[in-house]
Design a binder for this molecule. Sequence first.
Ligand SMILES: Cc1cc2nc3c(=O)[nH]c(=O)nc-3n(C[C@H](O)[C@H](O)[C@H](O)COP(=O)(O)O)c2cc1C
Length: 198
Amino acid sequence: MCTPSPPDATQALTQPPVLLVYASHFGQAKQITLAIAEQLRQQGIAAHCMALPSGQAVQAIAGHWRAVLWIASVRYGRFAKSLAPFIHAQQAAAAQTPWGFASVSLTARKPEKRSPEAHRNTQQFLARLQQQGLQPQWAAVFPGALRYPRYGWLDKHMIGLIMRITGGVTDTRLEVEYTDWDAVRAWASQIAATLQAD
Ligand SMILES: Cc1cc2nc3c(=O)[nH]c(=O)nc-3n(C[C@H](O)[C@H](O)[C@H](O)COP(=O)(O)O)c2cc1C
């Protein structure tokens, strides 16, 4: 959990914080979340980070938030199962709260996949939400990291196979970070600018 102390005390007193919820297996989506929170803080916006709660603990995200950002990694073509229900629950409780979604994946290591429209998992996830009347104000696709030594046997071999098929790194001794941190900060900066203009 992170609660960076915002430098602009006036803003912090008059505005509720932005909530950032991450769903992360090996820490990359969490690191991206912390970088977004830090950028918001630098622009005078309070931010509160938490891991996606397990089960149906919807009360964990209850509260008055200036905006809610969901940052989730892709695992075998899917985001965390409870992600969509939590987005639904949060919007049902406070429909006026602007929200954003960022996906983290290895597919996005390819520049041509780095938009919500061009990234299949993200596009499908957002299309399903849209069918139910939910549309994010902000959406982004970020490349994650390949960390073979941290994976169990099966995952290591599965990811190795996918990397071979898609022309990626296949040396299972390696860890490779593809995240474009400038793009992460730019997304956060854009969100901060929108919130400040409201
Ligand atoms: C078991 C496993 C399955 C994965 N499946 C996918 C996938 O289907 N598509 C994809 O683009 N990336 C996939 N990835 C890559 C992850 O999305 C990427 O490593 C990301 O940085 C993980 O972020 P996290 O550490 O926050 O979970 C997979 C990684 C692992 C370990």
